[in-house]
Design a protein around this ligand. Sequence first.
Ligand code: FEO
Length: 170
Amino acid sequence: MISKKIEALLNQQVELEASSSQYYLAMASWAEIKGYNGVSKFLYTHSDEERTHMLKLINFINERGGHGVVPALKAPPASFKGIQEIFEQILKHEIHVSTEINKLVERCLSEKDYTTHNFLQWYVSEQIEEEALARNVLDKLNLIGNDKGGMYLFDRDLETLSTQQDKKGK
Ligand code: FEO
């Protein structure tokens, strides 16, 4: 059984994962209409992953005697300045998600809720990967700068990356 406080915090995390999914979906759709097919595929996959993060939380809350609540969401932005801006926003957003996960972990320790603490370890590792991936993509973009040919190859690279992510089945 989880405490009411932990249940409320986990439900806040449900909302954050759901809004991450919507946010990345908006980015994917924008990238698609701008002709960045690889980037858009990568972002659609990323959006799906966030949805699975949300589902995992809902299932856990329910298994532990709570109620995973589906939240109302604020609309994400519809357009973006460019690909660089998108990945900067992703990194910023993922750092925010990591901070929230860490707060949850701390709360579990102070309540001695070791079951939820154990469950959250998956999210702790996932956040390390997600931040590293966003940094890695930003490094590539910085190298490319304004080189159009480089951007074409980058877009193709991201398509490969999203296929690899798909195979991981996250
Ligand atoms: Fe589920 Fe990207 O945090």
